[in-house]
Design a protein around this ligand. Structure first.
Ligand SMILES: [Zn+2]
Length: 331
C-alpha cells in the first residue's frame, strides 16, 4: 500500500496528526464461519503481521491504539489488540494473535535476566480461555505479536515472538523473541552463549525500538535539527552513547534526528551545545559541494533545536556538554 506524499504529510504533521484507518483487504469469508482452517488462519496472521510492520515503519516504529482497534478484513472489524485485556484471542483463531506488555503495568510480564519474557497466566482457569490459546501457540509454534506499551495509546510491535515454555508451577508462559528458541529442548537451562544471545536480542528487538518510540513521540515525530516530519526517516540518537556510564536509553539522553543528521551527529560533523544550538564542524562549513551539504548541513549551523513540549523530555544539558566536548575535540 503506497500513500501519496500529500497523505504522508497530512498524517505525520503534528498539528493535524491523525492515524489512518487501515485499508480493506481481501480474504476469503470462510474464516468467518465457525472455526477457521489452519491454513486460512496462518494466511490471515501473516497478512496482519505484514500490515503491522508496514504501519509501524510508516509511523516511525509504533502504532496508535486506534489503528490497531480498527483493523478490518473484508469489511469486518478484526481488532489486533484487546484494549482492556492485554491479550487478543480472536474467536475464530485457535491460538493467540497478540499480547501487550505494559511496562510497570499490573501484570507480571516482565523481562527476566535470561533475555526471555515471563508472561503471567491470565485470570481464571489456567486451562481454558485466553490461557488455552496461548498454550496452543506453544504447541503449534504459531507466532504472535508482542506490543510493548510504555506511552499512553502508543504500541511498539515486536514480531514475530514465540511461546516457548509453559510453567504451571509459576503460572506463567515463557516468550522468546526469536524462532530459534523454539528448537532449544531445555529452555529453562540455557547455556551461557544462548543466554547472551537472548539478552542481545532483547536489546535489539525490545529496548532499542522502545527507545525510538519514546523519543519520537516526545519530539512529535520531527527532527530536532531540521524539523523533517517523515517519521520513517527519523531515528532516536543517543546523546551519550550506549555503553558509557551516562548512556541510558532515557528520553533526556535522546535526540530525534533524521537519518542524515543522525549520521552527521555520530561522526562529529554536527554537534549540539548544552544551550541547544547546532554547530557544524569548521571543515564542513568551508567545503563547497551540492545542495545537500549547503542546505542540509551548512545551513543548520547556529540553529536552535526544536525541543519537546514537556520539560522532562528535553535533552539533559549535562549529557549534551559531555557529548559536545567529544565533538569539539574530534576535529
Ligand atoms: Zn534533520
Amino acid at each position: 500500500m503506497r500513500r501519496s506524499f500529500t497523505d504522508a504529510r497530512r498524517l505525520d504533521h503534528p498539528s493535524t496528526r491523525r492515524f489512518a484507518r487501515p485499508d480493506v483487504v481481501h480474504t476469503p469469508r470462510v474464516w468467518l464461519a465457525a472455526g477457521m482452517d489452519s491454513a486460512v488462519e496462518n494466511a490471515l496472521r501473516k497478512q496482519i503481521f505484514d500490515w503491522v510492520r508496514e504501519r509501524a515503519e510508516f509511523n516511525g516504529g509504533f502504532l496508535h491504539r486506534d489503528e490497531l482497534l480498527y483493523y478490518h478484513v473484508r469489511g469486518e472489524k478484526l481488532p489486533i489488540i484487546d484494549f482492556s485485556r492485554g491479550i487478543r484471542n480472536p474467536a475464530d483463531f485457535t491460538s493467540t494473535l497478540s499480547i501487550v506488555s505494559t511496562v510497570n503495568g499490573p501484570y507480571d510480564d516482565a523481562e527476566s535476566d535470561d533475555g526471555l519474557l515471563h508472561y503471567a497466566y491470565r485470570k481464571g482457569d489456567p486451562f481454558t480461555g485466553d490461557n488455552r490459546k496461548l498454550r496452543n501457540a506453544l504447541h503449534t509454534g504459531s507466532p504472535l505479536i508482542l506490543f510493548r506499551k510504555e506511552v499512553k495509546n502508543i504500541y511498539t510491535p515486536v514480531l514475530p515472538v514465540y511461546v516457548v515454555d509453559d510453567e504451571p508451577e509459576n503460572s506463567q508462559f515463557i516468550i522468546a523473541l526469536d524462532e530459534s528458541f523454539t528448537f532449544i529442548p531445555d529452555i529453562r537451562h540455557l547455556t551461557t552463549p544462548q543466554r547472551e544471545y537472548a539478552r542481545r536480542l532483547a536489546k535489539q528487538r525490545l529496548h532499542q525500538p522502545a527507545f525510538r518510540t519514546r523519543v519520537l513521540v516526545a519530539y512529535e515525530s520531527r527532527c530536532t535539527v531540521c524539523e523533517l516530519k517523515h517519521a520513517s526517516l527519523l531515528d532516536a540518537a543517543h546523546i551519550v552513547p550506549d555503553g558509557q556510564d551516562l548512556g541510558a536509553p532515557t528520553v533526556n539522553n535522546g535526540l530525534s534526528l533524521c537519518k542524515i543528521h543522525h549520521a552527521a551527529y555520530d561522526q562529529n560533523m554536527l554537534g549540539v551545545t548544552p544551550d541547544y544550538e547546532v554547530q557544524i564542524a569548521l571543515d564542513l562549513l568551508a567545503e563547497i559541494d551540492g545542495p545537500m551539504l549547503k542546505h542540509g548541513i551548512q545551513e543548520m549551523h547556529g540553529r536552535q533545536l526544536t525541543l519537546p513540549h514537556r520539560r522532562r523530555d528535553r535533552p539533559s544539558r549535562d549529557h549534551l556538554a559531555w557529548r559536545f566536548a567529544q565533538f569539539a575535540s574530534a576535529r
